[in-house]
Design a protein around this ligand. Structure first.
Ligand SMILES: Nc1ncnc2c1ncn2[C@@H]1O[C@H](COP(=O)(O)OP(=O)(O)OP(=O)(O)O)[C@@H](O)[C@H]1O
Ligand SMILES: O=P(O)(O)OC[C@H]1O[C@H](OP(=O)(O)OP(=O)(O)O)[C@H](O)[C@@H]1O
Ligand SMILES: [Mg+2]
Length: 286
């Protein structure tokens, strides 16, 4: 039987769409009709398991799945033996302490002997212990932001991204205790044939991630400013320079990170660059 790897992804929620988009960008196709909880790729040796995100670290640690895509918050909370093999840059959020907005907050001692509702008792418990705060942790599995308004707890510890859920529930963020993003995890110690498939997948993920963080830049420049422009957009090896139909002008093509582009834009213009186009890159292999 041909070797195949299994990857656990969230069935539906904040991680699902970006996890599956990443697979698609890696050229991996699959059919998932009828809400099936398992799907096999039609063009890559990988099987998808669609699960609750809470269960993903455990499935990977136990070897039921070879890989998983999950938030760092769940890995630390579940305390399973898994390795993070790639940060994926999506589902960025933080775990924060929040209290009713009318309350006067000074420092962490506010939480001394208070009740705090959370779905993350381990991360919160560790944080409170490290800071010598003796508080009561009230574990609930969702809709944590409701807790203070119904008298279940005086504060909460939950995921915050834009802060709008806190605001809508009359709460304010007072301490950030953990930062998280989606990561690719493995249980380690894979047989060589499976590791070879994982390496192939990682190669594709690298190409996708590099493509996303870089841009293809095209501009027109007078020939006497080319030396300066080449130093500003040196590219992977060196820029491509093509003559324009108009005498004394060239088209310069190069690759650079988006940050670098914004930093150098004024200097490029000052050096005489015109008609600057910035184009997304789908994949990039160095
Ligand atoms: N508002 C947000 N913005 C960005 N990332 C988030 C946000 N909320 C959650 N996340 C991240 O996405 C993960 C999944 O969040 P989601 O709300 O879908 O979890 P869930 O309701 O526990 O899902 P499941 O039904 O799979 O258990 C979280 O563990 C966290 O890492
Ligand atoms: O700061 P914000 O941008 O408002 O995001 C934070 C909210 O997002 C998550 O819930 P989600 O909307 O995924 O719903 P859930 O409770 O069903 O997980 C999280 O549990 C917070 O409630
Ligand atoms: Mg969950």
């Amino acid at each position: 039987m041909e070797p195949i790897i299994r990857i656990a992804v969230q069935k539906s929620g904040r991680l699902s769409e970006d996890s599956l988009s990443l697979m698609k960008e890696c050229g991996i196709k699959y059919n998932n009709g009828g809400g099936k909880l398992k799907a096999t790729s039609t063009n890559f040796p990988i099987e998808f398991l669609f699960l609750r995100d809470d269960d993903i670290p455990g499935y990977v640690a136990d070897g039921v799945a070879d890989l998983g895509i999950v938030g760092e918050n769940e890995i630390v909370e579940k305390n399973k033996q898994v390795q993070t093999i790639r940060k994926l840059g999506f589902s960025k959020c933080r775990l924060s302490l929040a209290i009713p907005k009318g309350e006067n907050y000074t420092d962490l001692s506010y939480f001394q002997h208070k009740n705090i509702a959370t779905s993350y008792p381990r991360i919160l418990g560790d944080f409170l212990r490290e800071n010598n705060i003796n508080a009561e942790i009230h574990e609930i599995s969702g809709s944590v932001e409701i807790a203070p308004s119904i008298g279940l707890a005086e504060g909460i510890c939950d995921i915050v991204s834009s802060g709008s859920t806190l605001m809508m529930n009359g709460l304010k963020e007072v301490e950030k205790i953990f930062s998280s993003e989606a990561v690719l995890i493995s249980g380690g110690n894979l047989p060589v044939e499976k590791q070879a498939i994982v390496d192939k997948l990682l190669f594709r993920i690298n190409a996708v991630q590099k493509g996303k963080s870089n841009k293809y830049v095209l501009l027109n420049a007078p020939n006497d400013s080319l030396d300066k422009i080449i130093t500003l957009i040196p590219g992977m090896k060196s820029p491509t320079i093509l003559p324009l139909a108009q005498e004394g002008w060239s088209s310069v093509h190069s690759v650079l990170s988006e940050d670098q582009f914004w930093e150098n834009i004024e200097e490029l213009k000052a050096a005489g660059a015109q008609g600057i186009l910035v184009v997304p890159i789908e994949k990039m292999v160095i």
